[in-house]
Design a protein around this ligand. Sequence first.
Ligand code: PLP
Length: 391
Amino acid sequence: MIYLDNAATTKIEEPAFNAMLPFLKEEYGNASAVYELARRSKKAIFEARKNAASLIGAMPSEIFFTSGGTESDNWALCGAYETFRKKNTESSGHIITTAIEHHAILHTAQYLESLGVSVTYLKPDHEGLITAAQVTEAIRPDTFLVSVMTANNEIGTIEPVCEIADAVRGIRKDILIHTDAVQAFGQINLQGIAKHADLLSASSHKLGGPKGVGILFIRDGIKFSPFMRGGMQESGRRAGTENVAGIAGFGEACKLAFAGIDSKISAEILLRDRLIAKLSDITDVIINGPYNAGDYLKRLPGNVSVCIKGIEGESALIMLDREGICASAGSACATGAMEPSHVLKAIGRSDDEAKGSLRFTLSHHNTMEEIDKAAGIIAEIVEKLRNGKNF
Ligand code: PLP
């Protein structure tokens, strides 16, 4: 098998898996209790909090564990809304976000619209970029939240989030800045981001940790409504007995990512650029996202997104699967729905072009041999599909 779908999820790293095991068996203490058994669970949670914080240059007290990226995104938007409504009973307020966010943001924004909130969905340029000027121009007196993703899950575009945050602050200090960093956390250097954003979402299973655990970073000192009400876990902001094994595995994955981020980025860029070069040799292939000389830092190191004319991405996926290659057409969450991806549409792809999209997301565990083999198989499959054969 050649696994090229790391934006959908990653294989758990061995040390992360091993870090979980004690908490699934003998270390079963509830972290809220007072005895030694419980204190060991509490300590594991504390260590994980420190490791997650280190990836974004935050303090451990600013990290709140959740059940994953989707929950963190829901909390960010709904929490900002509730916080705003506590002070503003007259107005439902206004949010600025982008047309290329993950559905965890878009569907939550639509839910808030149903409660009366106005939402501006900024349109990106042809490479998926949003500018700080677009955001500041959209600010209204009732704007209470800006949410722009750190990196796009389909086309890999890295947004200028710190610049956007600074520009917004230059105009208004009371607007909360959230970023969905699910695809960027542990994949690119986010050291300074906690100094710019107020809220940041991340997910464990995208960086070699287990599924079902994530974080919301909440900058110290900001007023922000809790999401889950109940006990006093996570400083009373996200109640519920902690998923200690998941958190311990996530913490270990963060530690590994922190130590190895530079070599991981360089390895992925080499693999990515080789695959892009090979796919560009196929006729009528469009590379989605930034890919001009000098633009390589605007794209996630492991992302290759293409639209291939004259094929259906879904048929190509089935044929790739038969050859042992795991990839995706558009975003994994959209697989199964034949609707063209909202991200590809937003950057100007036609319906036909978008239907021929394939996404390959690499990891530093892939090898050049795998990339070369996959590129050869992709070229053969494209030829078969263009000749009307899908077997
Ligand atoms: N945000 C982005 C950008 C994502 O890519 C994903 C998952 O693919 C999510 C949010 C949801 O994260 P989770 O799977 O942890 O719920």
